[in-house]
Design a protein around this ligand. Sequence first.
Ligand SMILES: Cc1cc2nc3c(=O)[nH]c(=O)nc-3n(C[C@H](O)[C@H](O)[C@H](O)COP(=O)(O)OP(=O)(O)OC[C@H]3O[C@@H](n4cnc5c(N)ncnc54)[C@H](O)[C@@H]3O)c2cc1C
Length: 444
Amino acid sequence: MTQALLWFRRDLRLRDHPALAAAAAAGEVLACFVVDPRLEASSGRRRLQYLGDSLRQLRDELGGRLLVTRGRPEERIPLIAKEIGASAVHISADFAPFGQRRDERVRAALGSVPLVATGSPYLVAPGRVTKDDGTPYRVFTPFFRRWGDVGWPSPARTGRDCARWLDPAQMAVEHCEIPDPGASLGLAAGEAAACQQWGAFLDDGLERYARDRDRPDLDGTSLMSAHLKFGTIHPRTMAAGLDRGRAGARSYLRELAFRDFYAAVLYHWPASAWCNWNSDFDAIRTDADSRANHRFEAWKSGKTGFPLVDAGMRQLRQTGFMPNRVRMITASFLVKDLHLPWQWGAAWFLSQLTDGDLASNQHGWQWCAGCGTDAAPYFRVFNPTTQGEKFDPTGDYIRRWVPELRAATGVHLRKGRGPSGYPPPIVDHATERAEALRRYRDLS
Ligand SMILES: Cc1cc2nc3c(=O)[nH]c(=O)nc-3n(C[C@H](O)[C@H](O)[C@H](O)COP(=O)(O)OP(=O)(O)OC[C@H]3O[C@@H](n4cnc5c(N)ncnc54)[C@H](O)[C@@H]3O)c2cc1C
């Protein structure tokens, strides 16, 4: 019987796993994961924890038959493939710049053993949704229309029992411990938790999703982002569970399309990970002096004196999560009230978020900064106080994360005035808004 290697990466599940189906069809399967020190260093403790917890569950689910080894994939994968005489190495495709380069190196190092990519972490993989002339979309709405037309297949029927798994215990390849940095996560990791969370959201959250998704006080979203990031569930499984006729289903699908859109944008413009997608913004003036550093520290630690901004930044620091509306408000504040480079904020988010994802994060930031695809017009500057009135009308979200304001009401809550221990605003919003618009006008 021939033997195949299944190399797990951002697909830490057994259900709806097209690459597993392809590997199982090829023969006996050895499951492996390579702990790449470069990713370990850039993951942030929470993502590393989520990864480790998910790997432990995957290993248990496979009865221990998961080989975990540390090193450069271009060295480890050919070594393991040789050890079992693999006819092929199977993967789910990775479209991020780092993953693409890594896979090219592994492909070259494997020589005559093919690296076979089947499936991707997306509903519609990057590169598949293009205009009639084959060029990529720069605007979400027409992308979304075409994305729906392209569509996706039904979930793959896979699971633990679909393959004959090889036992790595006797293999000469060096094993390593699964990472366990000791970070506390606000959510359970792994495939079972992802399925459970999704089921609970379908039962209790979907109906009110369209109405409540912008309300941080109501916890109106699915909390599926970290599961999607690590592929403990495939978005296709989720889409299959969405009854399109149900309230909330279309809005939810639209968000999954946003995820695909940003992955596609990063795929087509890999430099946009850290550079302005719209290079017109390269000339915008940002601050980087010692006062800017001081403001950045206040923003990171939730001590700007703007209650909604501080609530979001404290939630992020304490839990590794922040709701989308608050991500937009805190990002806008960093760029347009503090005049700091969006890259500073994006890097901080990536260091904290459990769901930190290069495509969604960098392009979420560029949207807020005005320099991305489809961007919010630069002159539209979020007012953190009125945003709070609109999206946290009772103030419960602020009170949950800013204990100094727990007893405050009315203007005292909104403006953070009065209570001792809460900092005064570090800037005047109206003044900084005018300054942001001045800097924007200087571009033309
Ligand atoms: C500045 C900024 C940074 C962001 N950084 C990330 C990030 O690092 N990782 C990440 O997954 N999302 C990021 N987002 C998008 C969004 O905020 C999160 O996906 C969402 O808050 C996750 O919570 P949820 O799963 O409850 O979302 P839900 O509202 O339940 O959405 C369902 C899923 O759709 C996708 N989605 C929703 N909104 C977006 C969006 N605007 N862009 C792309 N995908 C979306 C996510 O996969 C999400 O899990 C960012 C947005 C902004 C404005």
